[in-house]
Design a protein around this ligand. Structure first.
Ligand code: KG4
Ligand code: ZN
Length: 332
C-alpha cells in the first residue's frame, strides 16, 4: 500500500493530508488564516508565509495522529510547488523536502491547479477520461478538456478577473467582508436572484470568460440604487456568474463530445453553482461530478491524489526543485 503525506501552502490555508493509494483519505487537516487576513481585506503575502511557518509543525503532528500513522509508514511526500504566493509555497516545499531527506522517502512536486482537478478522483476513483472540468478559484478560471490523466487542453480561461476574484471584489466594494465568495453565497440565500438583470459576457465563439464588466455593472448599480437591499444585489450578481460558468462549460463539453462534467476550486463550493450545474447536466444528459465542499477549497488531500498519480506514472521529483509562483496546467 502507498501512503502519501501531502502539504498545501499556496495561499492562506495550511493543510496536511495523509492519503492511502491516492484515494483513501486517512486525514485532511486544514488551518485557515482567513480571519487574520480579513482585517486587511485580502491576503497579505508576508503574513501568510509567517503563519504557515508557525502552523505547519503542529498540523503535521495532528495529521499523523488522526491517520494513526508513523513516519516509517509514509511512502511518498508531496507538496504544492506552484502556482501561488512564492513565500507561502516555499514553506510547504521546504518542509516536504526536509521530511523526504529525514525519513528517506521520495518527494513529488504538485501543480496546485492539477490538485483541484484531481479532487474529483478522491470520491470518484473510477472516473474515466475524457471529461471536461470547470476549475474556478480565486486565482484561476478555466475549462479544461482532460483527454487523459496528465493530458490537458485548456478550452477557455478568464481574460480578466478569476471567478473567485469577482466574488471577492464585489464583496469588498459592498463592504460585506473577506473572502467574498462564501459571504455572498450565504447572503444570496435570502435574496431574489432575478431582480436585477446584470450582463452576462458570453464572448460568442469562445470558451473564455470575462467578469470585469459584470463587476463594474454591480458597482454602478449600487451607486445609483442605494435603497436596494444587499441580498437582492448579490443574489442577482451570483446568478449572472453561475449562468455564464454553466453555459460555457456545457457548450465546451458538447464541443469536445464528452459526457462527463466535473468542477473544482474554491468557487465550486458555491451552493447555487453546485445545484444549478447538477440540474442542467441532468436535463441535458451529462454525468456530473461535484466534489464535497472540503475538497473544493484548498486542501492537501487533492495534492496527495495528484502527487500519487504523478509519482506512480513518472517517478520522484528532484530535491533541487523550488517553488514557482506562476505555473500553467498545460506546461506540466
Ligand atoms: O481554491 P481556493 O480555496 O484558492 C485558490 O486556489 O484561489 O479558492 C478561493 C476562492 C476565493 O475567491 C473565495 O471567495 C472563493 O474561492 N469561494 C467561493 C465560495 N467559497 C470560496 N466563491 C463562491 N461561493 C463560495 N461558497
Ligand atoms: Zn486553490
Amino acid at each position: 500500500m502507498s501512503i502519501c503525506l501531502a502539504i498545501e501552502t499556496s495561499c492562506d490555508e495550511t493543510s496536511i493530508a495523509i492519503v492511502k493509494d491516492g484515494v483513501e483519505v486517512a486525514s485532511n487537516v486544514v488551518s485557515s488564516q482567513v480571519d487574520l487576513h480579513a482585517v486587511f481585506g485580502g491576503v497579505v503575502p508576508e503574513v501568510a508565509s509567517r503563519l504557515h511557518l508557525e502552523t505547519i509543525h503542529p498540523l503535521l503532528n495532528q495529521a499523523m495522529a488522526e491517520a494513526k500513522v508513523e513516519p516509517a509508514d509514509i511512502t511518498l511526500i508531496a507538496a504544492t510547488h506552484g502556482p501561488g504566493l512564492i513565500g507561502a509555497l516555499l514553506v510547504g516545499v521546504s518542509a516536504a523536502k526536509a521530511l523526504s531527506l529525514a525519513w528517506d522517502v521520495p518527494y513529488i512536486e504538485v501543480n496546485h491547479v492539477e490538485g483541484h482537478l484531481f479532487a474529483t478522483f478522491l470520491e470518484s476513483p473510477d472516473l474515466q477520461a475524457p471529461f471536461v472540468v470547470l476549475l474556478v478559484a480565486g486565482g484561476h478560471t478555466q475549462i479544461v478538456h482532460v483527454v487523459n490523466k496528465g493530458e490537458y487542453k485548456i478550452l477557455g480561461s478568464t481574460i480578466d478577473d478569476a471567478a473567485g476574484e469577482a466574488f471577492d471584489k464585489v464583496a469588498r466594494y459592498m463592504d460585506l467582508g473577506y473572502p467574498g465568495g462564501p459571504i455572498i453565497d450565504k447572503l444570496a440565500e435570502s435574496g431574489q436572484n432575478d431582480l436585477i438583470k446584470f450582463p452576462r459576457a458570453l464572448l460568442d465563439g469562445s470558451f473564455d470568460f470575462s467578469f470585469s464588466g459584470l463587476k463594474t455593472s454591480v458597482v454602478s448599480y449600487v451607486k445609483k440604487n442605494p435603497e436596494v437591499n444587499d441580498a437582492d444585489i448579490v443574489a442577482s450578481f451570483q446568478e449572472a456568474v453561475v449562468d455564464v460558468l454553466i453555459k460555457k462549460t456545457i457548450a465546451a463539453a458538447e464541443f469536445v463530445e464528452v459526457s462527463t462534467i466535473c468542477i473544482g476550486g474554491g468557487v465550486a463550493a458555491n451552493s447555487r453553482l453546485r445545484s444549478k450545474l447538477q440540474e442542467k447536466c441532468e436535463s441535458e444528459g451529462f454525468d456530473c461530478k461535484v466534489p464535497s465542499l472540503e475538497y473544493c477549497t484548498d486542501n492537501a488531500a487533492m495534492i496527495a491524489a495528484a502527487g500519487q498519480w504523478r509519482f506512480d506514472s513518472q517517478g520522484a521529483s528532484s530535491l533541487d526543485g523550488g517553488a514557482v509562483s506562476s505555473l500553467s496546467l498545460e506546461a506540466i
